[in-house]
Design a protein around this ligand. Structure first.
Ligand code: BES
Ligand code: ZN
Ligand code: ZN
Length: 494
């Protein structure tokens, strides 16, 4: 069943809670709800002036004689200053409150706002409700004993038109794919292996129309001579996988976007082992892979009229007697040789082979890669924005726009040639690390060596894909960053 439906104020069915939007500075509830009955119900809480309608302010009040037992006043701030992002952040408070009170069903009065298109209001409201409506409890026994975490099951938007509800449910579909990505990232690294990711990719072929999945196993990867993916894989007892998922939503067009996701299912650092404290979260080193698979799921479910191919080079970066060695030189799929100075800079190695594969075989109109690539980007931008590096202003601008529209914010970094000095090798064509400075940029410049002249954007999601604490509408740990961003970016091309 769809998450969102519509009704009028008078035809509404029972629900656990009714949510009334409230603008800062307005005096009466009916201005927001257009319902005199609410004004009476709310006279008391509003009369105290405790509630001001500030952005995200939430007041729950118990009522009788209504289809709901509870009413919530939700502050949306000053009407003229409303943005989609403010709506997301405000409605996220509703979901969090419902989680605490174990409420499942909502009636929501549609905010009437002259400052913003109704479509945008619906987008912000539905994403704000759904993005925090997530729990990962697969690995937790105790919570299961107390009863599973309660999530919202449906919401009725009072006064919404049919097309607004269709849009809200489209947002819900995309949010399901965000959750799909989150589940892959939050799962144990020993469960979410390269072979598991391959099986998930095969599942997309089964569950979605116009999707074709191809998996290269180790033998095929050897035959293709993907020397860098194989080098990283050497220390792992698990085989690598090279995953290709093609979605053809517009077969008549030759335009196609290739999206590449880093699929390191666990990053120990390799022989240059990560120190204590730096390894515990490294199951999320496949967040790029999760994002591109989630994106395919979303666009294929929505049957968007575009062509997209997702590539995932996947392996663990482990240690073992066969591990690849600092100081040794390995030959890439593209033919360039790489002096491996640091086995912990493995992401750029597997991505280099995937990018080169795309350029050589897939005729991409544009290439986008997503990767938890560097600690440096976390130093530069923290958890607040994804780092963007690109060789093409038009593509970069579209990505930045998609970022500000979705709240998956991105910030572009410079790619001056001068930084490339750092990657010079005495024995090979290139080194896999630079010096201490500008680490995210030198990583991107390394990747750029493998994309030829193809319009390309690299998104470093090391800081935005996995949070130490729940923040705004994102839960603790996996955020699913990149799914909404890519869907919006791809839609802007169509
Ligand atoms: N997977 C890490 C990057 C990372 C760090 C992701 C923190 C998420 C949070 C990557 O493979 C890595 O180890 N990069 C090194 C590169 C260095 C050796 C040049 C880093 O950033 O320290
Ligand atoms: Zn690493
Ligand atoms: Zn890594």
């Amino acid at each position: 069943m769809d998450f969102f439906s519509t009704a009028t104020l008078h035809s509404r069915k029972p629900a656990d809670l009714i949510v009334i939007p409230f603008w800062k500075g307005s005096k009466h509830a009916e201005e927001a709800a257009e319902a005199a009955s609410f004004a009476k119900l709310l006279a008391e809480p509003l009369g105290t002036a405790d509630f001001k309608g500030a952005e995200g302010e939430l007041l729950v009040h118990y009522i009788s004689g209504q289809p709901e037992k509870r009413i919530a006043l939700l502050g949306l701030g000053v009407q003229a200053e409303l943005t989609v992002e403010k709506l997301r952040r405000s409605y996220a408070h509703v979901t969090k409150k419902c989680r605490k009170l174990k409420l499942k069903t909502l009636n929501i009065a549609m905010p009437k706002c002259t400052a913003m298109a109704e479509q945008d209001v619906v987008r912000g409201l539905s994403e704000g409700l759904l993005l925090p409506n997530y729990a990962f409890s697969d690995l937790k026994h105790d919570t299961l004993k107390d009863g599973k975490p309660v999530l919202l099951e449906n919401a009725t938007i009072l006064g919404a038109t049919k097309s607004e509800i269709a849009l809200a449910n489209k947002c819900a579909t995309i949010c399901e794919s965000v959750d799909f990505a989150r589940d892959l990232i939050n799962g144990n690294a020993d469960d979410i292996t390269p072979q598991y990711l391959a099986a998930v990719a095969r599942g997309l072929e089964k569950s979605c129309r116009h999707v074709k999945t191809t998996i290269f196993d180790k033998k095929r990867i050897e035959k293709e001579k993907m020397g860098l993916l194989l080098a990283v894989n050497r220390g792992s007892f698990r085989d690598p996988a090279f995953i290709i998922v093609e979605y053809k939503g517009n077969p008549k067009s030759s335009d196609r976007t290739v999206i590449v996701g880093k699929g390191i299912t666990y990053d120990t650092g390799g022989l240059i082992l990560k120190p204590r404290g730096s390894m515990e979260t490294m199951k999320h080193d496949m967040a790029g892979a999760a994002a591109v698979l989630g994106t395919i799921q979303a666009i294929a479910t929505l049957e968007l009229p575009i062509n997209v191919i997702a590539l995932v080079p996947s392996t663990e970066n482990s240690t073992g007697s066969k591990s690849y060695k600092p100081g040794d030189v390995y030959k890439s799929y593209a033919g360039k040789t790489v002096e491996v100075m640091d086995t912990d800079a493995e992401g750029r190695l597997v991505l280099a082979d995937a990018l080169a594969y795309a350029v050589k075989n897939l005729k991409p109109s544009r290439l986008i890669d997503l990767a938890t690539l560097t600690g440096s980007i976390v130093v530069a931008l923290g958890e607040e924005a994804t780092g963007l590096m690109s060789n093409n202003d038009a593509v970069a601008d579209l990505v930045v726009t998609a970022g500000s529209e979705t709240g998956d914010r991105v910030w572009r970094m410079p790619m001056y040639e001068d930084y490339k000095e750092q990657l010079k090798s005495d024995v090979a064509d290139i080194k896999n690390i630079g010096g201490r400075s500008a680490g995210s940029i030198t990583a991107a410049l390394f990747l750029q060596e493998f994309v030829d002249k193809c319009p390309w954007a690299h998104l470093d999601i090391a800081g935005t894909s996995f949070l130490t604490e729940a923040k705004r509408y994102n839960p603790k740990h996996a955020t699913g960053v990149g799914v909404r961003l890519l869907v919006s970016f791809l839609e802007s091309l169509a």
